[in-house]
Design a protein around this ligand. Structure first.
Ligand code: AMP
Ligand code: MG
Length: 427
């Protein structure tokens, strides 16, 4: 299905670098409007569904737990049988987990274990630690005395208290977590209907790029750098459930870029590139996309990450990320991640953002909205990485999140800022 252009394409003749930069919120809203969820449903083993997106509501056919059951090892009793600490109840049955008991006889107790069904007639469980056993003859014990009056309902887990039969337990559009897999299993699902994996073609542009392993550090020519974007982009895509076709490095030539885009537009839902999307003569992404399809978004009012582009080539979406590694990383988290989640049908794709206290000064305001690499410190505030250059990938490894700093804003030590933890952005 061809993605519908909901926003007008940028004319190929538009002079580079003149168009106003796009505010991030507007760009994200436009991107999400274009991210029509992929058609189809894949059925996968519940074991393999972590991180996938549920394609249908899961309705429980049973109550969980299915019976009132004991939450302790102890004795099931009838509260009315208590007539003081001297009361002796005869232990007339034993109910391990996995079996079911007989009705509780008057003035009797049932030995019971965690998870075992409460026998009919019992209305409380007394923990074994709160009972004294009473021996008789050569039997080790035949009865118990309770140290205190039992309260009705104590240590009983009620039928249906986790899940009621007929309830929607997990909703379509939810991303499955390890806990949700357990919950799905608890209502009997060995397989789950999930959204198809987005098929993503990935390539890096740049004649300076060398693959680690191809050339030893000592033999690197002047100007050559190792391709780092390819590694984190592939990992980020895989974490989001995508199937990645890694097309390697494409040279900085218009014909090569056009050929790579054309090939990648077959059989893929998204073409993701890094580099070559700026305004220099060596940046061929924009004209190549415009030669084959259309470009709808170009250049964001954010730092790092200004050179970001969205377009369409044939039936495939196209997203061009900046070449600078930190810009590439940050724009992926802010824009590509929600886009890919929406393609899989996730409704709530907004990244988590919370307030935190800056334990640093940021005295120079920028015209663009900034995303600063920061880390929570021992005092509950945020420390700033000392080099915020978009080429310094160390900052992204050191940091545990981003400060979302509005355009034109300075920050003083002690100010309240918006913090986006990587824990929410990298899963
Ligand atoms: P570009 O956007 O192509 O002008 O690249 C901007 C900067 O990012 C340049 O310094 C490039 O060398 C660098 N760069 C581009 N692609 C990569 C990559 N895949 N890995 C590491 N650095 C890159
Ligand atoms: Mg380049």
């Amino acid at each position: 299905m061809s993605p519908a252009p909901a926003i007008p394409p940028i004319p190929a003749s538009a002079p580079p670098g003149r168009a106003p930069l796009k505010p991030l919120d507007l760009a994200l809203a436009e991107l999400l409007a274009l991210a029509t969820p992929l058609q189809g449903i894949e059925v996968v083993s519940t074991f393999d569904a972590d991180g996938r997106v549920l394609a249908e509501d899961l309705v429980s056919a049973l109550d969980v737990p299915a019976h009132d059951n004991s939450s302790m090892d102890g004795y099931a009793v009838r509260c009315a049988d208590w007539s003081g600490a001297q009361t002796v109840l005869q232990v007339h049955q034993r109910i391990p987990a996995g079996s079911s008991g007989q009705p509780l006889a008057p003035a009797c107790a049932a030995r019971i274990f965690t998870g075992a069904p409460i026998p009919p007639g019992a209305d409380a469980v007394v923990m074994q630690e709160d009972c004294d056993t009473v021996a008789a003859g050569d039997q080790p014990f035949t009865g118990i005395r309770m140290q205190a009056s039992p309260a009705p309902g104590q240590w009983i887990r009620r039928r249906g208290e986790d899940v009621a039969a007929g309830a929607v337990v997990l909703q379509r559009g939810e991303r499955l977590s390890p806990a949700s897999l357990g919950l799905a299993a608890s209502i009997g699902f060995s397989q789950l209907p999930v959204a198809p994996r987005p098929r993503v073609a990935l390539f890096s542009t740049g004649d300076e790029l060398v693959m680690p392993g191809d050339v030893a550090p000592a033999d690197m020519k002047p100007g050559a750098i190792y391709n780092s974007n390819r590694f984190f982009l592939k990992a980020l895509l895989q974490r989001l459930g995508c199937t990645v076709t890694d097309l390697g490095i494409v040279p900085d030539r218009l014909d090569a870029t056009i050929a790579a885009l054309q090939g990648a537009s077959q059989q893929h839902d998204l073409i993701l590139t890094s580099g070559g999307v700026s305004v220099g003569e060596e940046d061929h992404i924009k004209p190549a996309v415009q030669a084959l399809g259309s470009l709808m978004l170009w250049q964001m009012a954010i730092k790092p990450g200004k050179p970001f582009a969205y377009g369409q080539v044939g039936t495939a979406h196209f997203i061009g990320l900046p070449g600078n590694p930190v810009s590439s990383f940050v724009t992926f988290l802010l824009l590509v991640r929600p886009f890919l989640l929406r393609l899989q049908g996730v409704t709530d794709v907004a990244p988590e953002s919370m307030t935190a206290t800056a334990h640093f000064d940021w005295p120079k305001a920028d015209k663009r909205r900034e995303f600063l690499r920061v880390k929570r410190d021992a005092d509950g505030g945020l420390a700033l990485f000392d080099n915020q250059s978009s080429g310094v990938l160390t900052s992204a490894v050191w940091a545990d999140g981003l400060v979302d700093n509005p355009a034109g804003q300075t920050i003083a030590h002690g100010d309240t800022v918006q913090f986006m933890p990587f824990s929410a952005l990298l899963s």
